[in-house]
Design a protein around this ligand. Structure first.
Ligand SMILES: Nc1nc2c(c(=O)[nH]1)N[C@H]1C(S)=C(S)[C@@H](COP(=O)(O)O)O[C@H]1N2
Ligand SMILES: [Mo]
Length: 320
């Protein structure tokens, strides 16, 4: 990848003129106060092809999270070149190649449904909701590989409180961006788009549920779900929906993409559970990317202390 150390470069040096002008407009539009609030996070542009000016942000004032694991992190190279993002193709190497030109500028996330204050959030509004934390989480894919990633974001509950859900809002439905012109490979992925996911309200409010804006100190690369995604570390990776555009609070359990595609294989809850096999393979073990020997998969991916209480009394074989 074409990166000189960001600190060695001036902004104008690495940014095409048109983007540079847009960015100045963006900062002007936010006003001095707005610009300063975001700039508590020093904005540094990186020379990464295919990333918009806004997306290429380096975050500098990150709060350390007590939820972080001290396990060895996977490399940025691993985490950005072994992806599931079916809108950009089904091979693990496809998203890194095919999401380069994904345009995430002018991104808006609509929050709606059973809430007192429905509204749309721009990315600069989302950035100001809460202090940004670095959270080093284990991430366990249903395909029995795992990674350890220093994500950046804040607990999703911070956003939920702003829109004031009604008591009848028992679930949250999430929807990804989908544009067949920008994501032509999606046509051959074998699942329906837009990608949709859901959480029960208590799961959404659990402090571990991360509204994620970046990783490895920077804003999210396109292939990892730019500009904003969820990361739900005690559930299989497919629950961690990428490139979010819609969040809807509702009384009914929402449909989810993989449950629609194969209901006998993927349930709504999809909590990491080494004792409940996938119909076509065991979930007892996993391979950490970069390692040779498999390791045992942990119940709730090792986050049982924080989440097991939400499922007490539930038959986790039935509610897989
Ligand atoms: N919109 C969307 N979100 C998605 C997916 C996808 O195909 N489309 N794949 C999921 C799966 S199966 C996994 S394992 C994680 C992978 O995240 P990563 O590529 O950042 O590691 O994203 C999840 N979110
Ligand atoms: Mo996955």
């Amino acid at each position: 990848m074409l990166i000189r150390k960001a600190a060695d470069l001036t902004y104008a040096e690495v940014t095409p003129k048109a983007v540079y002008l847009n960015r100045r407009k963006f900062l002007q539009a936010m006003g001095v106060a707005g610009a300063a609030a975001v700039a508590g996070r020093r904005l540094i542009e990186l020379a990464v092809p295919g990333r918009s000016a806004l997306a290429a942000t380096k975050f500098s004032d990150l709060v350390k999270s007590p939820f972080s694991t001290s396990e060895k992190q996977n490399s940025f190279q691993d985490v950005t070149h072994y992806n599931n993002f079916y809108e950009f193709g089904t091979d693990k190497s496809d998203p890194a190649k095919n999401a380069q030109k994904f345009d995430t500028s002018n991104w808006v996330v609509s929050v709606e449904g059973d809430v007192a204050k429905p509204r749309k959030f721009t990315m600069d509004e989302i950035l100001k909701i809460a202090p940004l934390e670095e959270r080093i989480y284990r991430h366990r894919c249903v395909e029995a590989w795992s990674i350890v990633v220093p994500w950046i974001g804040f607990s999703f509950g911070n956003l939920v409180k702003l829109v004031e859900p009604a008591p009848k809002a028992q679930f949250v439905a999430f929807q990804s961006y989908y544009d067949p012109r920008q994501m032509p490979k999606g046509r051959w992925a074998g699942i329906e788009f837009p990608y949709v996911e859901g959480l029960r309200m208590d799961e959404a409010m659990n402090p571990l549920t991360l509204l994620c804006l970046g990783m490895y100190g920077e804003s999210l690369p396109n292939q990892d779900g730019a500009p904003v995604r969820l990361v739900i570390p005690w559930k299989y990776g497919f629950k961690s929906i990428k490139s979010l555009v819609k969040i809807k609070f509702q009384s009914k359990m929402p449909p989810t993409t993989w449950n629609l595609a194969a209901p006998n294989e993927y349930g709504f809850y999809s909590n990491v559970n080494p004792n409940v096999d996938h119909p076509r393979w065991s979930q007892a073990k996993e391979r950490r990317l970069g390692e040779i020997f498999k390791r045992n998969t942990l119940m709730f991916n090792g986050y049982g202390d924080q989440v097991a209480g939400m499922y007490s009394g539930m038959d986790l074989k039935k509610y897989y």
